[in-house]
Design a protein around this ligand. Structure first.
Ligand code: MSP
Length: 530
């Protein structure tokens, strides 16, 4: 693998970020950090989607300009991602000048090639979706099924993209590439939607929507949000219709677009049609995650349960975002809906991160200090053939887990990979119980006792590498206590010979990597996105 390029959806800025947005960004950051352990060149893109009627209306209501609203809210997303330790390469804003200029060129190229044409149109427009709805998709009461509001009737002269021209090619691509849309169960849904796909509106009349990118040679029309938004994936790399940049040549096609299930249609149909019309290679994978509910209810302002991305960290007074990252990244099987609840959060992170993982490291290091003054003796060498029972098998399982975790990541099964890591920790705990190093010490079988502890510490090096994408701070802390250099780890070459002979640690240097979350919640209402 010589490069890995991944993107998130870019979020609308008509409000502040919430835990649902955070879910996608955490999944993406975990994926990016995992691939950094497999490849030297990862490019990770995220950002905000800033044009359209909704922003225009919200800004008018607040008595500020659309740009002021975008600046204010875009910063809230950036701040939230910083608090979650997201390590992206670029935060693109669709109001960035370089993006706007390239979008205009893309539109012009499609127009010049005859893929875009002018057409008079009347349709149902939902500002929530920022798209025209098919009358057959409305509820019985004529409402948008997602936003439960009546769409506006819009009659306009618009530019249209000849999506129908690419219908057969898109169907063929989806059918011939079963890994293109992941999880695979979503592909059928897309194939059904493709059956009655029509040409799509790609501009709005300036008289109705002023907050958009102008069509180059037509001041009466502004470019419609989805063509503007989707193009961010290539404008961010400096794609140019005539002269693609070195960055573009290096990173395109994208390895994965990480998006929510609600916008799969735009990515796997509209975007693919546009890329085909531009003559560009197609994304390798589109991964559609499920949605997050709060206490099993859909988040909504009217229910007053829309919680901010950082609220969990603040309420439980956590010193790093790791536990929240871990919880969110493992809350749902790939592509399925997940749920957040305070009780579940406490229970899961205490069980997995404090009791199973943190405690295992802590008590193993403590025994090393107690019995051997923190020293790894040459006779503890795990290459020794006479290891106590179960040691070789455990070490082999640990290395096998690396492959299993990689295979899950290749299908973006982040929760499933996390479960495998915890399973390894559980097996290691069982190995400790079975071999009872405290009994070995009592019986003065010191070599065996030392070998058991060393075996566990070797496995913990592997665990720290595998858990790093989810919990970067905890993993670094574990690695530090193991004198293991996580920064240079490449999973392909990771082995179980990382614990060096000699003094490993002193009593004072041992500390828990994760403290149990026991506190009662602070004022919960502070967490809500108002
Ligand atoms: N701006 C468009 C995306 C353009 S991508 C070229 C958009 N923005 S959004 O702010 O409405 O949503 C951004 C992402 O957050 C989407 O992938 C969406 O699925 C995700 N989520 C929004 N609410 C969510 C939950 N409650 N749960 C999980 N993800 C959710 O769509």
């Amino acid at each position: 693998m010589d490069k890995f390029y991944l993107t998130t959806a870019i979020d609308y800025v008509n409000g502040a970020p919430h835990i649902g947005h955070a879910y996608e960004k955490i999944l993406s950051d975990v994926i990016a950090r995992h691939y950094k352990q497999r490849c030297d060149d990862v490019y990770f893109l995220t950002g905000t989607d800033e044009h359209g009627i909704k922003i225009q209306k919200t800004a008018a209501k607040e008595g500020i300009t659309p740009k002021e609203l975008c600046d204010k809210n875009s910063q809230k997303f950036k701040d939230a991602w910083k608090a979650l330790d997201m390590d992206y390469n670029r935060f693109i804003r669709t109001t960035d000048e370089d993006h706007k200029a390239i979008v205009q060129k893309i539109f012009q190229k499609l127009l010049d090639n005859g893929d875009i044409y002018m057409h008079s149109y009347e349709g149902w427009y939902c500002p929530g979706c920022e798209c025209f709805l098919n009358p057959k998709d409305l509820t019985e009461d004529g409402l948008c099924p997602d936003h439960l509001r009546k769409p506006d009737i819009v009659k306009e002269e618009n530019y249209f993209f000849k999506l129908s021209k690419y219908k057969d090619a898109i169907i063929k691509h989806i059918k011939e590439n079963p890994d293109f849309i992941l999880p695979q169960f979503r592909a059928n849904e897309v194939l059904n939607q493709l059956e009655d796909i029509q040409d799509i509106s790609v501009s709005r009349a300036k008289s109705n929507v002023q907050w958009g990118i102008d069509v180059l040679n037509d001041p009466e029309q502004s470019i419609y949000v989805w063509i503007d938004a989707l193009s961010n994936y290539i404008t961010a790399l400096g794609y140019d219709t005539e002269n693609p940049s070195e960055m573009f040549k290096k990173y395109w096609p994208v390895d994965v677009h990480v998006i929510g299930k609600d916008i799969l249609k735009f990515h796997s149909i509209y975007w693919i049609g546009i890329l085909m019309a531009l003559g560009l290679p197609l994304p390798k994978h589109i991964f559609a995650h499920g949605w997050i509910t709060i206490d099993e209810s859909k988040m909504s302002k009217s229910l007053g349960n829309v919680i901010s991305p950082t609220s969990v960290i603040e309420n439980f007074e956590l010193s790093t975002p790791d536990a929240f990252r871990y919880y969110m990244a493992t809350t749902a099987p790939a592509g399925r809906d997940g749920n957040y609840s305070d009780d579940d959060f406490k229970e899961k992170v205490n069980a997995h991160l404090a009791n199973s993982m943190g405690n295992l490291l802590n008590r193993t290091l403590s025994m090393l200090v107690k019995y051997f003054d923190g020293e790894i003796k040459p006779e503890f060498d795990i290459n020794n053939n006479e290891l106590v029972e179960g040691s070789k098998a455990l070490l082999k399982t640990a290395l096998g887990k690396v492959k299993i975790v990689e295979n899950h990541f290749d299908k973006f099964e982040i929760a499933e990979a996390g479960q495998e890591i915890i399973n390894l920790v559980d097996l290691t705990n069982k190995y400790v119980t079975d071999n009872a190093p405290w009994t070995l010490a009592k019986e003065e079988k010191m070599t065996e006792c030392g070998q058991v502890l060393t075996t566990v510490l070797e496995v913990m090096c592997v665990v720290s590498a595998l858990i790093y994408p989810y919990c970067p701070n905890i993993a670094q802390d574990m690695a530090k206590q193991l004198s293991f250099n996580l920064d240079s780890v490449k999973l392909d070459t990771l082995d179980v010979h990382n614990i060096k002979t000699g003094k490993l640690i002193t009593k004072e240097e041992i500390h828990p990597v994760f403290l149990r979350v026991d506190s009662e919640l602070a004022d919960k209402s502070k967490a809500l996105v108002k």
